[in-house]
Design a protein around this ligand. Sequence first.
Ligand SMILES: CC(C)(COP(=O)(O)OP(=O)(O)OC[C@H]1O[C@@H](n2cnc3c(N)ncnc32)[C@H](O)[C@@H]1OP(=O)(O)O)[C@@H](O)C(=O)NCCC(=O)NCCS
Length: 169
Amino acid sequence: MSLHDYVFLTEDASHDAAIQLINDEAFGPGRFVRSSERVREQGPHDRRLSFVAADRGETIASVRMTPIYAGSHAGHLLGPLAVRPSHKNLGIGRELVRIALAAAEKAGSQMVLLVGDPPYYAPLGFKPTRPGALTMPGPFDSRRLLAACFGDVEATALEGEIHHRDRKL
Ligand SMILES: CC(C)(COP(=O)(O)OP(=O)(O)OC[C@H]1O[C@@H](n2cnc3c(N)ncnc32)[C@H](O)[C@@H]1OP(=O)(O)O)[C@@H](O)C(=O)NCCC(=O)NCCS
């Protein structure tokens, strides 16, 4: 099968149950203690920039995007990204990231941040941020905090607190 055999769709509410199962399967209950989840709990993700992949009508992969500020920069937090084990290593994860990045740039996002494995995300345009420059509600490995920036924004120039754009102060 090639990538062309899968359909990439903008997320809507009809995908919610399948996405929950995909994320439970990929990350288990431990995902709710991660710092990026703390940010996601501060407000909703943006469905217009979140996407699923479907195989013959079955949702088999998902990426979500949450509107954030990183200091004074307005952007998005990418994740969770997960692909069902039956469909791994077919390029679906990378394609979902590419689609989400293009949609975020088109929507005027200044950068997309994530906590993830640099070898996977570097070829997709993600660069290391400056260790210690950005904070989240909880501990995280700053070597895994990566940014894909648009316009004249630089990953190493990002600094300040990462929080949901809707967070009540
Ligand atoms: C990580 C994940 C999203 C990748 O999706 P996928 O559709 O299987 O990946 P793709 O087909 O786009 O890319 C496959 C390539 O990435 C590599 N890769 C997969 N996970 C990787 C990782 N964590 N670090 C580095 N490389 C990785 C594969 O070895 C493969 O390399 P190759 O092209 O040289 O053979 C998927 O494996 C998954 O859902 N994992 C569990 C959840 C998770 O870890 N999500 C990411 C959180 S940061």
